[in-house]
Design a protein around this ligand. Sequence first.
Ligand SMILES: *Cc1c(COP(=O)(O)O)cnc(C)c1O
Length: 251
Amino acid sequence: MTSTGHDHRPQAAGGDARTAELAGRLEVVRSRIEAAAAAAGRSDVPQLIVVTKFHPAADVRRLAALGVGDFGENRDQEAASKTAELADLEVRWHFIGQLQSNKAKSVAKYAASVQSIDRPQLVDALSKAVAREQDSTGRSDLDCFVQVSLEDDAGAHRGGAAPADVELLAARIESAIGLRLAGLMAVAPLGADPEAAFNKLAAISEALRVAHPAAAGISAGMSQDLEAAVKFGATHLRIGSDILGSRPAVG
Ligand SMILES: *Cc1c(COP(=O)(O)O)cnc(C)c1O
């Protein structure tokens, strides 16, 4: 986002009904984030990433006009076509979904961060892809978040590496060309208390920062649990449905 110094009030951009709807929802979410930060006694406000998966490029354009500068997508095919269509926007794209190593080359073309790094082979594939992209376009280093699983039961799965494997992945990212170790990402386990989950994540982050002090990012918190995430130190929030409305069911 280029900062123009203009204020980004909802009424300032766009004229259609969808823009007004998005502006209203965005305002509510921003207020929730500010209230949660104040309640937690934080002087910083976490970074909002608006997750636009399943929603059209036109909505990204509306949100960008409303002052949103960071967007999240979880499938390469959808993200690649949206980012190509929106190449004129000065916004950052964050990849937050499960990623196959053979998609690293595509993701390296548009992503500012990959938040779902869960295995060594993916680190190697991203490093190679970003290094090639840097040679041809001079792109900046890719911010990398290790996705950590907060499940107690290793069987239940919302993705991510086991906490015991975080240090190994972090060290591999830190020594890889083209990659910058940014921190951790997690999704609260379904049906569990999000505060307990994000408290656990905060402890894993603290342990990580002993050896990697710059890896201070904590990407946690979605529409349903952003308050809990802010309370336990989230630096990045990934909010989809509370801003864009419900997504079409996945067939
Ligand atoms: C879809 C998604 C989100 C956004 O979830 P909402 O509940 O729609 O806010 C956040 N993080 C990840 C990893 C996602 O896949």
